[in-house]
Ligand binder design. Structure first.
Ligand SMILES: *Cc1c(COP(=O)(O)O)cnc(C)c1O
Length: 368
C-alpha cells in the first residue's frame, strides 16, 4: 500500500556537495570534520554521511549515531563530541573505532584505568571561553603528558576548542583565539578551532581541521543573512500539502484559542504539518509558507498535525497543492527570524514523527 506522506524533507545532495566545496575553497589546506550530530542537523545522518565520501571525518554527539554510521558502512574517522561517560561506553568507542573529544577529568581517569587493545585518537578539548565543555588552558600541559603516556592513545593528540560567538562577537572570538594560541603553541600536533562562522570570517582559525556544521546544510551561521547570500545552497526542502480549503466570514476566528480573527471574508487552507512534525508551536500569525509562487501567512495557532494559512494571494487554490515550509523558495533563515528561533533549531527539529528515507536520482527524501 502506498501512503501519501504528510511532510516531505527532500535532501539535495548536489547542494550538499556545493556547500562542502565552498568549505574547501575557504579552508584549502584544512581537513574537514563534517558535523553530522543531531541526525545530520535533521537531514538524516546516513543521507549526509553517505553523500560525503570526500569528508576526512564526521562528528556525532551520541554513540547511537556513531553506531548507525558504522552499521551503514561509513569507514572514515568518526568523532564522538561528548566522548564516553563510563568504561562500558569506552569499550563501545573502541569497538566502533571512534575518535573521542576529551573534555572532562573523569574521562582521563577512565582512560588511565583501562587497558585497550586497539589505539584510539583523542581530541583534547580546551575551554577558551565558552565554558560549556573542555579543560582550562592551564591544564593542557599536564593532560598532554598524561595522555601521551598511555600506550593505546594514538600519537598526535589533537588539540581543539570551540567558539561561543564567532557569528557576531569579534572581541570575544579574538580573545578565544589568543587563549588557544597561548595554550597550544608549544605543541606540534593537529589543531582545530573553526565552526561554520569562523570558517567564513576567521581564516586564522582554519588550522589542520575545520568543523563545519550548519553551512554544509546551506544555512547561514549568522543572523540577518541567508545561506544563499553567503553563496551556500539550501540542502533541505521541507514541504507538505493542502488537505482542505474553506471560506470564512469577516469576524470569524481560526484554530485553538481563536488567536486569529478574519479582518475580511477570507479563504484559508489547512496544511498537514504541525508541531508533531517538528514545526514550531510558537510560530505567530503571519509566518510565511510558499504556495505556487505566493507567500501565504499562517493564521491561528499551530496545532499538532495542522496549520491554517491565508490563501488570499492565490487565485484558484486546490486541495492537494504542494506547500513549501522552507527550502530554496523560502529561506529557513527568514522563517526562523519571524518565529524568533534559530534556523539550527528549525532544521534539526524536523521529523520527530517516525520517518523513512528513500533515494532516487541522488535526491533523498525524508518522509513523515
Ligand atoms: C556543532 C559543532 C560544530 C559546528 O558548528 P556550526 O555552527 O554548525 O558550524 C563545531 N564544533 C563543535 C565542537 C560542535 O559541537
Amino acid at each position: 500500500m502506498q501512503l501519501t506522506s504528510r511532510v516531505v524533507a527532500k535532501v539535495d545532495k548536489y547542494a550538499l556537495l556545493h556547500n562542502y566545496n565552498k568549505v574547501k575553497s575557504l579552508a584549502r589546506s584544512s581537513k574537514v570534520l563534517a558535523m553530522v550530530k543531531g541526525n545530520g542537523y535533521g537531514h538524516g545522518i546516513v543521507n549526509i554521511a553517505s553523500s560525503l565520501p570526500q569528508a576526512d571525518g564526521f562528528a556525532v554527539a551520541t554513540l547511537q549515531e556513531a553506531f548507525v554510521l558504522r552499521e551503514y558502512g561509513i569507514k572514515q574517522p568518526i568523532a564522538l563530541t561528548s566522548g564516553f561517560i563510563n568504561k562500558e561506553e569506552l569499550l563501545c568507542v573502541e569497538k566502533l573505532g571512534l575518535d573521542v573529544f576529551l573534555h572532562a577529568p573523569e574521562q582521563v581517569r577512565i582512560l588511565e584505568q583501562s587497558d585497550l587493545s586497539s589505539d584510539i585518537r583523542v581530541w583534547l578539548y580546551v575551554d577558551t571561553g565558552m565554558h560549556k565543555l573542555g579543560f582550562h588552558p592551564s591544564e593542557v600541559a599536564e593532560l598532554y603528558s598524561r595522555l601521551s603516556a598511555l600506550p593505546f592513545v594514538k600519537s598526535s593528540i589533537h588539540l581543539m576548542t570551540h567558539f561561543a560567538c564567532a557569528d557576531y562577537d569579534s572581541a570575544k572570538t579574538n580573545k578565544q583565539i589568543e587563549v588557544f594560541e597561548g595554550a597550544t603553541s608549544g605543541y606540534d600536533c593537529p589543531k582545530s578551532m573553526a565552526n561554520s562562522a569562523a570558517i567564513i570570517d576567521y581564516p586564522l582559525t582554519h588550522k589542520d581541521w575545520v568543523r563545519p556544521g550548519i553551512m554544509l546544510y546551506g544555512v547561514s551561521p549568522k543572523s540577518g543573512v541567508t545561506g544563499q547570500q553567503l553563496g551556500l545552497e539550501p540542502v533541505m526542502r521541507l514541504s507538505s500539502f493542502l488537505i482542505s480549503i474553506k471560506n470564512i466570514k469577516k469576524g470569524e476566528s481560526v484554530g485553538y484559542h481563536s488567536l486569529w480573527t478574519a479582518p475580511k471574508d477570507s479563504t484559508i487552507g489547512i496544511v498537514s504539518i504541525g508541531y508533531g512534525d517538528g514545526y514550531p508551536w510558537s510560530a505567530p500569525n503571519g509566518t510565511p509558507f510558499w504556495l505556487n509562487g505566493h507567500i501565504c501567512p499562517t493564521v491561528g495557532r499551530v496545532s499538532m498535525d495542522y496549520i491554517a494559512i491565508d490563501l488570499s494571494a492565490v487565485s484558484s487554490p486546490v486541495v492537494g497543492s504542494e506547500v513549501v515550509i522552507w527550502g530554496p523558495e523560502l529561506p529557513v533563515e527568514r522563517v526562523a527570524s519571524i518565529v524568533g528561533l534559530s534556523p539550527y533549531y528549525l532544521v534539526t527539529s524536523v521529523g520527530s514523527r517516525s520517518s523513512h528515507y528513500t533515494s532516487e536520482n541522488n535526491i533523498f527524501e525524508k518522509q513523515s
